[in-house]
Design a binder for this molecule. Sequence first.
Ligand code: IMJ
Length: 252
Amino acid sequence: MEGRLALVLGIANKWSLAYSIAQAFAREGASLALTYLGDRQRAAIEEMAQDLDAVAILPCDVTKDEELAALTESLRALDRPIDAVVHSLAFANKEDLTRPFVETSRSGYLLAQDVSAYSLIAVSRAVAPMMTRGGSITTLTYLGSTRVVPNYNVMGVAKAALEAGMRYLASELGPSRIRVNAISAGPVKTVSARAIKDFSSILDTVETRAPLRRNTDPDEVADAAVFLASDLARGVTGNILFVDAGMQLMGF
Ligand code: IMJ
């Protein structure tokens, strides 16, 4: 990844998958641009950005068109092509991940779709003009898009939309030599996952049942992200790469 520039969205703290991914890109020689949500997170990621030798730390609330427009301008000002984009962000209201799915409110549904699915389209549009030598866009998804996972609820519907959006973007951006893929990661104990009821029992189940008999390591997800962004994956677009110790295979 020497000489390449990667934009990583979604680092909230040092447990974020986006942080593991940024570290792997840095290890492989890429330059990094990072985005954060709100002033509180700027302080939180500043130190990580320094360790990563990031060339830019930019604000980006993906629900705000003005911030996306400002992101485009800040990236344009870097005056160098962007080669890789990693979209690693999602949000749903806590109550929509705990109460029965049938109780999902219209506003909760729209919020989950806006942050977790529409944002891939909006970010792609914002950065594509700088991807002048082609490149790759990678998003993070989860099995709950296609299978029912207890409590995943409105996020499952958002991930289904995210994956479909990924395929349409892959089709449309392919002629510009931009590949678009998703990584479907197994459960990882991030801060956003820790908030989830019975998460430890989900991790225990994976350890017992997954073909590799263990959970997913964030570094495995990060290495897969480097692969997808690299020339090694030059023929891969519109794909979902499962990095989940094989859990996705199991029917029983
Ligand atoms: C999330 C909810 C329910 C079950 C879950 C998860 N399982 C896994 C996750 C089994 C692995 C984590 N995941 C894949 C997510 O996409 C999480 C998204 C998320 C988490 C929160 C928690 C705090 C909050 N809103 C959230 N929005 C999205 O307030």
